[in-house]
Write a protein that binds this ligand. Structure first.
Ligand code: G16
Length: 538
């Protein structure tokens, strides 16, 4: 079958953000749009000849069509093999795992993560490299450069492939291997965790719920939690993936997973509950009567990970994104292991994991993971929590309290102002940056712009968020989201430390109200964005 060369004009704005290219679905559906971005990826990585790619996505609207386009283009450019999740489905961590276990050259993952799906919602596409992790900035910059000058792309004139049956077929000279999306991932989880202990905990009457939010983790959770771990049928809620996530917002936080939060807060709620997002890399952890912030979750997991067989040897180090609370640093300090602070974006953890400097990584944006893959992993976090609960035989609430009594508590919350006019948002950030050099208002010790030097390859990333350090040790961070698709989202991260014998059980927003007020006074945030309150508080 002869490849066809088609002319194309560059599209504006195909710049990968925090996690690949995310746009409105209709933007991706423009004729040639996917083709332009995919050809730019292939050009940036030095072509496809003889290469193996893993391809799959979270099943959202346009997932299936985009995969057919990518398959034709990969075949036309001489790729040797495409490994595709059955029905085009692969969770992001499962795709990362497949890239690694199959020694693939890279992967194309179709997802806009926690953003809603549908023709009028969001779509996304990102490239992962051979270590299974998101392409680092050097690669995404090369892709963006290609998008600006692209003149042609290569494809085949063929019908769509049937992706529903497991097995091998060919497309031009390329082998297309359709695999069960769950099998390899479930096998990996079994090597990391004490499934017998978790099974015994559940058999003993421990109750749990997992909300897959109509997204990709449904089949994974059903196989592992209900199948392998013996939880009763019905433990997994909203477990059938749908193209529009049941018209919901597949973001596992107290706003978008409110029914689950209400359930654990009720007197007859389950002992444990968790949720995952569109593509299965985020998680939310809840216990009876308690919500665990992602920052606290990372710290608790770091302190207790050796209870799971996969981490029994201990941790090499812990890494967190800069806006994530410093709770994990306190654990690392006590354990005498490395603590790393990276910019927002899982891609920044890749080098630390590859170099064996960090074993666990986490972000305030509901992401936790380890060196088992090179993406954050929602179900992994749930299983590690279950393993810890099975061993410690304490409630989630008691584990959290015990943690705070040992390390102190980092009260933490993120306030989001969504769809703000981009010029206004840039203005607010620019003015805050200008304040850094001037005389500082009372109560503020330092304001700076976060820069990161990668300790492994020495690469430097500037402008990764503004930090405001207060005299009393509290901290506020402000940055613009790199994953939104409409205007700008201003994220304000608030944090205050309380010592182990201090007041550990305050209401979070009350504990942080003075810092939120100080940020507003400093930046004029509410007035300038035209808001009276944040759109989302997590
Ligand atoms: C992505 C990145 C994360 C990042 C998050 C939020 O997650 O992989 O590293 O923390 O976006 O980024 P931002 O604050 O720029 O919106 P996901 O789950 O959306 O792929």
């Amino acid at each position: 079958m002869t490849p066809v060369t088609k002319p194309i004009s560059p599209f504006e704005g195909q710049k990968p953000g925090t996690s690949g290219l995310r746009k409105k679905t209709r933007v991706f559906m423009q004729p040639g749009y996917v083709e332009a971005f995919v050809q730019s990826i292939f050009n940036a990585i030095g072509g496809c000849a003889g290469k193996t790619f893993v391809i799959g996505g979270d099943g959202r609207y346009f997932n299936a069509e985009a995969i057919q386009t990518i398959l034709r283009m990969a075949a036309a450019s001489g790729a040797a093999r495409a490994i595709v999740g059955q029905g085009g489905l692969l969770s992001t961590p499962a795709a990362s795992n497949l890239i690694r276990v199959r020694g693939a050259d890279g992967g194309l993952i179709l997802s806009a993560s926690h953003n809603p799906g549908g023709i009028d919602e969001d779509f996304g596409l990102k490239y992962n490299i051979s270590n299974g992790g998101p392409a680092p900035e050097g690669v995404t910059a090369a892709i963006f450069d290609q998008t600006k000058t692209l003149r042609e792309y290569y494809t085949l004139d063929t019908d769509d492939l049937d992706l529903s049956a497991i097995g091998e077929t060919t497309l031009g000279g390329m082998t297309v291997e359709i695999v069960d999306p769950v099998t390899d991932y479930a096998a990996l989880m079994q090597t990391l965790f004490d499934f017998d202990a978790i099974r015994a905990l559940i058999a003993d009457g421990f109750t749990l719920r997992f909300d897959a939010m109509h997204a990709v983790t449904g089949p994974y959770a059903k196989t592992i939690i209900e199948g392998m771990l013996g939880a009763p049928e019905g433990t997994v809620l909203n477990g059938v993936p749908s193209v529009d996530f049941g018209k919901g917002h597949p973001d596992p936080n107290p706003i978008w997973a409110k029914p689950l939060v209400d359930m654990v807060m009720s007197s007859d709620g389950p002992d444990f509950a968790a949720a995952s997002d569109g593509d299965g890399d985020r998680n939310m952890i809840l216990g009876k009567g308690v919500y665990v912030t992602p920052s606290d979750s990372l710290a608790v997991l770091a302190a207790n990970a050796p209870l799971a067989p996969g981490y029994a040897r201990g941790l090499a180090g812990v890494a967190r994104s800069m806006p994530t609370s410093r709770a994990a640093d306190r654990v690392a300090d006590k354990l005498g292991i490395g603590a790393y602070e990276t910019p927002t974006g899982w891609k920044f953890f890749g080098n630390l994991l590859d170099a064996g400097k960090a074993t666990l990584c986490g972000e305030e944006s509901a992401g936790t993971g380890s060196d088992h893959v090179r993406e954050k992993d929602g179900l992994w976090a749930v299983l590690l929590w279950l393993n810890i609960l099975a061993k410690r035989k304490m409630s989630v609430k008691d584990i959290l309290l015990d943690h705070w009594q040992t390390y102190g508590r980092d009260y933490y919350s993120r306030h989001d102002y969504e769809a703000v006019d981009s010029a206004v948002a840039e203005g607010i950030m620019g003015d805050l940056k200008a304040l850094a050099d001037g005389p500082l208002p009372d109560g503020i010790q330092k304001i700076d712009s976060f820069s990161y030097t990668d300790p492994v390859d020495g690469s430097v990333s500037h402008n990764q968020g503004m930090r405001v350090f207060f005299d009393d040790g509290a901290r506020a961070v402000m940055r613009l989201s790199g994953t939104g698709t409409e205007g700008a989202t201003i994220r304000v991260y608030l944090e205050r430390y309380e010592v182990p014998d201090g007041d550990l059980t305050n209401e979070t927003q009350d504990a942080l109200a003075p810092i939120a007020a100080a940020v507003d006074e400093l930046t004029g945030l509410k007035e300038r964005s035209g808001r009276t309150a944040p759109d989302v508080m997590t």
